[in-house]
Design a protein around this ligand. Structure first.
Ligand code: SF4
Length: 77
C-alpha cells in the first residue's frame, strides 16, 4: 500500500444525492440506486479531485482518508 493511496467514505445517512462529488470525481464516485453517492473503488489516488469533491459536498457526507493510517485529509477541519 502506497502513502498516496486514499480511501473515500460516504456517510449514507447524510448524503442528499446532490451530485457535486460525482461530477467532480466521476472515476471514483457515482450515485447508486438509492440516489446517494458511493465509492467506485476501494483505493483511490487522485488527491486533488477528491479533496475538491469533499470540499464541495454541501452536507459533509464525503470524507477522504489516507489508506495507510486512516487519517482524514478532506474536508479539512
Ligand atoms: S456531494 Fe455530498 S451530498 Fe452530494 S452526492 Fe456527493 S456525498 Fe452526496
Amino acid at each position: 500500500m502506497s502513502a498516496e493511496d486514499l480511501v473515500v467514505r460516504v456517510d449514507q445517512t447524510r448524503c442528499i444525492g446532490s451530485g457535486h462529488c460525482t461530477n467532480t470525481a466521476p472515476d471514483d464516485l457515482a450515485l447508486g440506486p438509492n440516489g446517494r453517492a458511493r465509492p467506485l473503488r476501494p483505493i483511490s489516488t487522485d488527491r486533488d479531485l477528491l479533496t475538491d469533491a469533499a470540499d464541495l459536498c454541501p452536507v459533509e457526507a464525503l470524507t477522504v482518508h489516507l489508506a495507510t493510517t486512516g487519517e482524514q485529509i478532506a474536508p479539512a477541519d
